[in-house]
Design a protein around this ligand. Structure first.
Ligand code: NAD
Ligand code: ZN
Length: 354
């Protein structure tokens, strides 16, 4: 098998050839058909997150062992299964739920494996999809994509699931009030499609990049706002027909957290998803005075993923823009994403030759 690995944090990926994988127990080996490139992979390559005030959360200190193969948005076809994996169909394409936990704690027992304290996330703690083969610990993580295009289905495992779970946290407001979506990258554009599929009013989208704002309009945004405009908050209020009741921040920088919080109506909800980094910018009295709700959201549960896949297989979700690249191009694709040059999602395809 061939893979692209992080050998040292902060350095370019390296190509590697390894022995083909053999499964044991409940494991399933898939040959990778499509692997989405998420902005979180930039944080993994870098080795952690800025926590603001000069602090840094390091993957190394959190026990991530190198080398690791990134890639947590993966579709593949089964090539081998361990003796306890049960009967699986090698002719089908499966999208992999990558947020695997220990399987035994209270979170894992209810399907909230993404919250497990000893995660085994594929593409972060265990090898992921930037490869020709991937090892999945149990068939419960495999979801049949039916007739869906693998290029559309791969991003559902992170950008789809993450935005689906974030929207569920503001669902009681979106049928009557335009939500605000900050960041129109892979997650933001997916969010616009899921909002439409879930019966929401279209979102007002905030992004610093005019090409991303244009992509958001094409994807069904109600209006877009440049956060650098001096009157950005007034523009958001105009577009929403008043102060919005909910905002989802897919950037997660100090400036977006501040804008998201300040634009909301009283008792509004700000959901923080993005991991660009920094420290909280809100004045504590204002959180109380405004009865504000500030919630984090991290990927989603197995139950969320099953619900999302049902919506997707029904054809209820319009695709976001995607473009395929050879697997050997992974490092270049990451660099393009870092420079803001990717619209929607870039997908690595091991079959595609450079
Ligand atoms: P992306 O690179 O595709 O998109 C980021 C978008 O944010 C771009 O359109 C960019 O122009 C915009 N942006 C950057 N700075 C901005 C600012 N100051 N104001 C407004 N817009 C700004 O990234 P993505 O794949 O959509 O991921 C977004 C973030 O979400 C990343 O930090 C990623 O790690 C994180 N993420 C979190 C979860 C989770 O579960 N919480 C899951 C997946 C990704
Ligand atoms: Zn991701």
């Amino acid at each position: 098998m061939f893979c692209q690995c992080v050998h040292h944090f902060g350095q370019p990926l390296r190509s590697e050839t390894r022995e083909d994988m053999q499964p044991t127990g409940t494991e399933v080996i898939l040959s990778v058909v499509a692997a989405g490139v998420c902005h979180s992979d930039l944080h993994v390559r870098e080795g952690g997150y800025s926590l603001g005030h000069g602090r840094w959360m390091s993957y190394e200190e959190r026990g991530v062992k190198l080398p690791v193969v990134m890639g947590h948005e993966t579709v593949g076809r089964i090539v081998a299964a361990g003796p306890e994996a049960g009967k699986l169909d090698p002719a089908r394409n499966y999208v992999i739920y990558p947020w695997c936990g220990c399987g035994n704690c209270d979170f894992c027992k209810t399907g909230d494996e993404q919250l497990c304290a000893t995660p085994r996330f594929l593409g972060i703690h265990k090898d992921g999809g930037y490869a020709t083969q991937i090892r999945v610990p149990h068939p419960r993580y495999l979801f049949d994509i039916g007739d869906l295009d693998p290029q559309f289905a791969a991003p559902l495992a992170c950008s789809g699931l993450t935005t689906y779970a974030a929207i569920k946290k503001i669902r009681d407001t979106v049928a009557d009030h335009h939500p605000v979506v900050i960041g129109a990258g892979g997650l933001g554009l997916m969010c616009l499609q899921l909002l439409a599929a879930m019966g929401s009013k279209p979102a007002v989208v905030v992004d610093i990049d005019p090409t991303k704002r244009e992509a958001a309009m094409k994807a069904g945004a109600h209006a877009t706002v440049d956060p650098k405009a001096e009157d950005a908050i007034a523009r958001i209020h105009d577009a929403c027909g008043g102060a919005p009741h909910a905002a989802i921040d897919f950037v997660g920088a100090e400036s977006t957290a501040e804008l998201g919080f300040n634009c909301l109506a009283k008792a509004g909800t700000l959901v923080t998803v993005g991991l660009f980094g920094g420290a909280a910018p809100w004045a504590l009295p204002l959180i109380a005075l405004r009865s504000a709700v500030i919630r984090g959201s991290y990927t989603g549960s197995l139950v969320d993923f099953a619900e999302l896949m049902e919506l997707a297989r029904k054809g209820a979700i319009n695709p976001i823009p995607t473009r395929k690249y050879p697997l050997a191009e992974a490092e270049n694709v990451l660099n393009m994403l870092e420079k803001g040059k990717v619209i929607g999602r870039a997908i690595l395809d091991p079959e595609l030759k450079g």
